[in-house]
Write a protein of this length. Structure first.
Length: 447
């Protein structure tokens, strides 16, 4: 239910975006239309004798006025469709009249049959393409319907003129030679109906294709918006690296694999006691502030946020894509986390709140990486003894009274990489016993 509501909201926002784009398209259309019609008017003034040119200039001014009205309606009433449909119908009717109607100011006696045979129908295609700027497939289809109806009506008017003759009015047309038919077709009052019928068929096909293109374009934008929403939701629960893998793959991330990875744990010292004292709402606020700052440092240092465990943050470096700097990245992240906590505590003290102590532990070693769960729910997991060691390192920060404890394996792995800048500020703390392991481990601390 909630998913359906969210999809409807996304569809509504996409529709609103297309309305805004349609308004912008209307402005662009009226500008281009006015410039083009003004140039045609100038050309007609030169090519057409006066006063016959005044008739066409008047019609061109009418087209410019229709464009201005259409832009005004799109801006004033963006959610009303019927004015736009009415304007499209008026536009098509005026264009048909312009092509077919005789010029009352002209004395050349140009027959009305000629425009149906000389390609004047192409102007209708220009008008049809202009409706694409509405980003509405219904308007494109409506424009095709209006153009077809207007042109069909003008064709019927021409065919019913007394001076018009067609092959149907000539019983011997089928027995004539091609030369004889061509001589008759050259007569200005002759109309070959199959030509305008062909134009109408092409118009129908073109309007359908253009409407389908606009519809698919809207669907593409909607799907892209849905994909970005899903990716944003993934990032809320996974690191950007894992989210990208999940969003771009239709199958699990892969089989289990064993590899060397840096594992880091960071949590608030004494959090259980704090939670009892603070209450639920302040506790959640504290967690969000802490988690947000820690996650930012993980991502900034090429890490993967594996999970939140209560107040603890577990991060890995090299779990998805390994590199020579994984260990050094983990140490750089520890320094960045310490700086972030220092800044956070300064803000808390300025607000009259007590500072928080954070412990960080990290280790570099073998882990098993892969998906766990079932077909209904999968979770990308990093498991193994190295994860347990990293967690033990974090607990040791209480014993050593330091901010971070690092294993010698992590420090050694960082030293072998080309990036050793993060190794400053650490002190060797000797060898300690690790619960769950037989052999003691050499550790380093950051005070």
């Amino acid at each position: 239910m909630a998913e359906a509501i969210l999809r409807n909201r996304i569809a509504s926002r996409v529709a609103d975006s297309f309305i805004l784009e349609a308004r912008s398209g209307a402005r662009q259309n009226v500008i281009a239309r006015t410039i083009a019609l003004s140039l045609i008017a100038a050309w007609l003034t030169i090519q057409t004798p006066f006063p016959a040119a005044l008739f066409y200039i008047g019609l061109l001014m009418a087209f410019i006025l229709i464009g201005l009205v259409q832009n005004l309606v799109a801006n004033r009433f963006p959610t009303y469709d019927w004015p736009q449909y009415l304007i499209i119908m008026l536009d098509a009717a005026l264009l048909a009249y312009t092509i077919i109607a005789p010029n009352p100011l002209s004395t050349d006696g140009w027959p009305r049959q000629v425009p149906t045979q000389n390609g004047s129908f192409l102007y209708f295609f220009v008008m049809l393409v202009g409706t694409l700027l509405s980003y509405d497939p219904r308007r494109v289809l409506w424009a095709g319907l209006c153009i077809g109806a207007s042109y069909a009506a003008s064709l019927l008017w021409v065919l019913n003129l007394p001076e018009t003759f067609t092959p149907a009015s000539m019983p011997d047309w089928g027995t004539m030679t091609l030369r004889e038919q061509a001589d008759i077709a050259a007569h200005p009052n002759f109309v070959l109906p199959r030509l305008p019928i062909r134009d109408l068929i092409l118009l129908t096909i073109t309007s359908g294709i253009l409407a389908a293109v606009v519809w698919r374009m809207r669907r593409l934008v909607l799907r892209q918006s849905e994909t970005e929403r899903q990716r944003a939701n993934l990032v809320r629960y996974f690191s950007p690296e894992i989210a990208s893998e999940l969003a771009e793959s239709d199958k699990p991330l892969g089989d289990f694999r064993e590899q060397s990875t840096a594992v880091l744990f960071a949590d608030i010292v004494g959090f259980t006691r704090l939670a009892e004292q603070m209450g639920p709402v302040p506790t959640m606020k504290l967690l969000r502030e802490f988690h947000g700052r820690m996650a930012a440092q993980v991502f900034a240092n090429n890490g993967t946020l594996d999970k939140y465990i209560g107040d603890a943050v577990m991060a890995t470096f090299g779990s998805l894509h390994q590199s020579e700097t994984d260990a050094a990245d983990a140490i750089a992240c520890i320094h960045a986390m310490i700086d972030a906590v220092t800044e956070w505590n300064a803000m808390r003290v300025a607000q009259g709140e007590p500072p928080e102590r954070v412990g960080i532990g990290a280790h570099f070693g073998k882990v098993v990486v892969g998906d766990i769960g079932d077909e209904r729910r999968l979770e990308f997991a990093v498991i193994g003894d190295s994860v347990n060691v990293a967690s033990r390192m974090e607990r040791m920060t209480r014993e050593f009274d330091v901010r971070a404890v690092l294993s010698d394996d992590l420090v050694h792995a960082a030293r072998t990489s080309s990036d050793t800048a993060a190794l400053s500020g650490m002190e060797e703390a000797g060898t300690v016993a690790i619960r769950g392991r037989e052999a003691p481990m050499k550790v380093w601390t950051i005070a």
